[in-house]
Design a protein around this ligand. Structure first.
Ligand code: ADE
Ligand code: ZN
Length: 329
């Protein structure tokens, strides 16, 4: 049976929070591993609909990461993801990945960044989607690895690399190893975001804002537990890259209808709508819009406001932002 087309399919969208290594489609996975059947793909590349916690969810990145160790795999996955963005009406997307996770078969970190960058440039030209890349340091990295990732952001700043992110297990590892990396990019005027307020509560958001000084927070949804923090976010304009379905899947919130995105938006916090990933989360951005429309009654005005807020928080120079803004309508 053909699925009905969503009314949100053609709405021009901005997606700032999207992991490359968690977004390998069956089409690409089966090119890289021809013996892979679709049932096995679904079992191993898509995380359970309800995970015990973030750690269980993150363990599902093992299989795609094992394949993402060559220029070919990085190229195919990046091009395919940008084509998916185009099909879903995304006009501006930021794609993030951790270069140091792709070195197992001998690629140098620079070769990883250059492969993703070249594939992104090609797919941008082909689809018209404007794309930038964020490099992730990970909570469990040591300070040398974190600083190495920060140096890569600086090295590739003239190309498509637009900023630094801190991802992975917020509950399992402190910020200590990442302060120097964030100071390094901050001193060079480079943009920063960091995952927080997902596996831990408002104290983690506060600590991340204080110590890393990012202009955006990945998720940040547990800020809702602290009204003073919500007021502070609204006042300072820190943007939250919200991924509602991902939060339900990981158990950050018990159900979609209890998700705080609507309350955060009503409190004046800058919020955007994102998937977190296409494969691991088993969803498209259009489906995320459908859910927000049916659960919270979000309509065109809300979605346009969220996309404008996300674009304002994007890591691009003003002339690019103005070009994308014209496409948002
Ligand atoms: N890496 C991929 N998905 C993630 C998430 N939801 N939180 C932290 N790190 C991630
Ligand atoms: Zn994420």
């Amino acid at each position: 049976m053909k699925r009905a087309t969503s009314p949100w399919q053609t709405l021009p969208k901005v997606e700032l929070h999207l992991h490359l290594d968690c977004s390998m489609s069956y089409r690409v996975a089966s090119q890289l591993a021809p013996e892979l059947d679709e049932t096995t793909y679904r079992r191993t590349f898509i995380a359970p609909t309800r995970c015990r916690d973030l750690a269980e969810f993150l363990a599902c990145t093992d299989t795609p990461l094992a394949l993402l160790q060559s220029t070919r795999a990085l190229t195919l996955t990046t091009e395919d993801l940008i084509r998916q963005l185009a099909e879903e009406g995304v006009v501006y997307g930021e794609i993030r990945f951790a270069p140091l996770l792709h070195l197992r078969e001998g690629l140098a970190p620079e070769a990883v960044v250059e492969a993703v960058e070249a594939a992104a440039a090609k797919a941008m030209a082909e689809t018209g989607v404007e794309v930038r890349l964020l490099l992730c340091t990970l909570r469990h990295f040591d300070s040398a690895q974190s600083l190495e990732t920060a140096r890569l952001v600086d090295r590739y700043r003239e190309g498509l690399v637009a900023g630094l992110d801190l991802a992975s297990d917020e509950a399992g590892f402190p910020l200590d190893a990442h302060r120097a990396a964030f100071a390094y990019v901050r001193d060079r005027g480079l943009p920063r975001t960091a995952h927080a307020g997902e596996a831990r509560g408002p104290e983690s958001v506060r600590e991340t804002l204080r110590d890393l000084q990012p202009s955006r927070i990945g998720h940040g949804v547990r800020s809702i537990e602290d009204p003073d923090l919500v007021a502070e976010l609204a006042e300072t304009g820190v943007h939250l890259e919200v991924c509602p379905s991902s939060n339900v899947q990981i158990g950050v919130v018990p159900s979609y209808d209890s998700h705080p995105i609507h309350r955060l938006a009503q409190a004046g916090v800058s919020v955007g709508v994102n998937t977190d990933s296409r494969a691991l989360n088993g969803l498209t951005l259009v489906e995320e819009y459908d859910r927000l429309a049916s659960v919270f009654g979000w309509g065109e005005a809300r979605f346009r406001a969220a996309n404008r807020a996300a674009l304002k928080a994007s890591f691009v120079p003003e002339e690019v932002r103005a070009r994308v803004r014209a496409r948002l309508g």
